[in-house]
Ligand binder design. Structure first.
Ligand code: SIN
Length: 501
């Protein structure tokens, strides 16, 4: 099926296929290669189902090759100086900036997100490369005073070795650079396994890394379709040549990887699912809360782990918040990401689309009322779902308890601050949380009591390179970005120098 703007997409596809950034081969050990089996899989544009390209459908034999390539390269890369690594990262960053527009087009083509958002993601993703090019030279050890005069205690950071990075489709650029950049900065080499829905952005990033002169074997990428992904993940977790895994994706898959890593007691970074509460107190500035809600919910069509998931609104501002929110949601244009003014693109694939339809159907069957949306938009495309607001949501519905990952806001009314905290914390997830209040005492009180790794107070967009990104409870282990991002890829070596008299 073609969109109204099908001609635009077709023209873009033709242009994109001529781009040097678009690869139909995978990059291992400095070579652009096919799968050993020669199998391929199709990468689809979620806006209209058209085929953008094909890429190698790799398996464990290819993955083993990628791991060995990264392990060999580690022997040299670990001995480069921080200044040299910083230089390579800066070169890469400069090329990422130069190719910003084409990278954004590839992101929109394969993920469906509106072009301005794709450009935003490119800026966000590039910022990790820039940041860690600077952090490379700032990884510091320490000398600790010993209890005797005859000993010195040295603490240094060393690269862990080969890092396997398994990345999601929702931010196909930024989730790679957020992991690769700190790994390279400290001297690790990498095997990247991008999501099957969005491998083209990953390959484009690697093309630019190659142009930046990053030596062969330091970065390797294994593309595969859905069927081979679990086997590849297992090998990455169990190979003795891999020192650590960093995964961004669902809690369900994260738990499988966690188990698989236990045999080798592997270093593990997990950025898993969220179930973020978005609380609006009677003390809130309602206009600001509405703007924050739109940002926290509709970024990337709601397909973000940090997306606001459960809206809790105190009774004193409930009617005003819901009324203003619905007016604002009416203005959100849905359509192909290349059309001007579009805020809501398609869902990534059929499974995601069906999940959203089921969550809304279940909530409505249990008494919720749809105020706006609540239906697919098949005239625009098969994977489009109207931006939706649902009120009177029963807390026992899937819409309230599960991570939605779609453009649906479900609202629950509450009476007291205590009740809001009970509901907000009543989940096994703890990635992000948002709340709106103009009362400073309440801000500190609620902030202290909310169980989440990241909190937005009167703010709907919290992701930024300078801050540590990560969750608590079943939302994950470790932090990415900020000066702490390098810690995931280093181990501490303590050296005791004795007999100094
Ligand atoms: C996510 O929430 O899925 C990651 C995107 C981000 O860094 O904000």
């Amino acid at each position: 099926m073609l969109l109204k703007s099908g001609k635009v997409i077709t023209k873009l596809l033709i242009q994109t296929r001529k781009m040097h950034l678009l690869h139909d081969k995978t990059y291992i050990n400095g070579q652009w290669i096919s799968a050993a089996s020669n199998k391929i899989f199709e990468v689809l544009n979620p806006a209209d189902g058209s085929i953008i390209s094909t890429v190698p459908d790799m398996d464990i034999e290819d993955t083993q090759k990628a791991i060995e390539s990264a392990a060999n390269a580690f022997e040299t890369w670990k001995n480069t100086t921080p200044k040299e690594r910083s230089y390579f990262l800066r070169n890469w960053y400069n090329l990422l900036i130069k190719n910003r527009d084409n990278l954004a087009k590839i992101i929109t083509l394969e993920s469906g997100k509106p072009l301005p958002e794709a450009l935003g993601e490119v800026n966000y993703g590039n910022s990790f490369v820039e940041w860690f090019s600077e952090q490379a030279r700032n990884v510091r050890g320490e000398i600790i005073q010993s209890s005797t005069t005859t000993k010195k205690i040295l603490v240094e950071h060393y690269p862990i070795g080969v890092a396997a990075l398994i990345t999601p489709w929702n931010f196909p650029h930024a989730m790679i650079t957020r992991k690769v950049s700190p790994a390279l900065a400290v001297g690790c080499t990498c095997v990247i396994k991008p999501a099957e829905d969005t491998p083209l952005t990953a390959l484009a990033l690697l093309e630019l890394a190659e142009e930046a002169g990053i030596p062969k074997g330091v970065l390797n990428i294994v593309t595969s379709g859905r069927k081979n992904a679990p086997k590849i993940g297992k090998l990455l977790c169990e190979s003795s040549l891999v020192a650590g895994i960093s995964f961004t994706g669902s809690t369900q898959v994260g738990k499988i990887l966690y188990k698989q890593c236990s045999a080798g007691v592997k270093r593990l970074g997990l950025e898993l699912g969220g179930n973020a509460p978005f609380i609006v107190y009677n003390t809130a500035d309602v206009d600001k809360a509405v703007e924050g809600a739109v940002t926290a919910k509709f970024r990337n069509c709601g397909q973000a782990c940090v997306a606001a998931n459960r809206f809790l609104v105190q009774e004193g501002v409930y009617d005003s918040f819901v009324g203003k929110l619905v007016d604002r949601v009416k203005d959100l244009k849905i359509g192909c990401g290349f059309d001007s003014g579009v805020r809501i693109g398609p869902l990534i694939n059929r499974a995601q689309f069906e999940k959203i339809s089921n969550l809304v159907g279940d909530a409505v069957a249990k008494g919720a009322k749809v105020v706006i949306g609540g239906i697919p938009a098949p005239k625009i495309g098969e994977l489009f779902y109207e931006p939706t607001v649902v009120v009177d949501v029963n807390k026992n519905t899937m819409l309230f308890s599960e991570e939605i990952f779609g453009p649906v806001i479900g609202i629950v009314k509450f009476k007291t601050e205590e009740e809001s905290l009970d509901i907000a914390n009543g989940t096994d997830r703890g990635l992000a949380a948002y709340f709106y209040s103009e009362d400073i005492k309440q801000i500190f009180r609620v902030n202290r009591n909310l169980e989440a790794g990241m909190i937005g107070v009167n703010e709907g967009l919290i992701s930024t390179v300078e801050a540590p990104f990560g969750g608590i409870k079943e939302s994950g282990i470790g932090r990415e970005g900020s000066h702490r991002g390098v810690e995931e890829y280093t181990y501490i070596k303590y050296t005791c120098i004795g007999n100094l008299e």
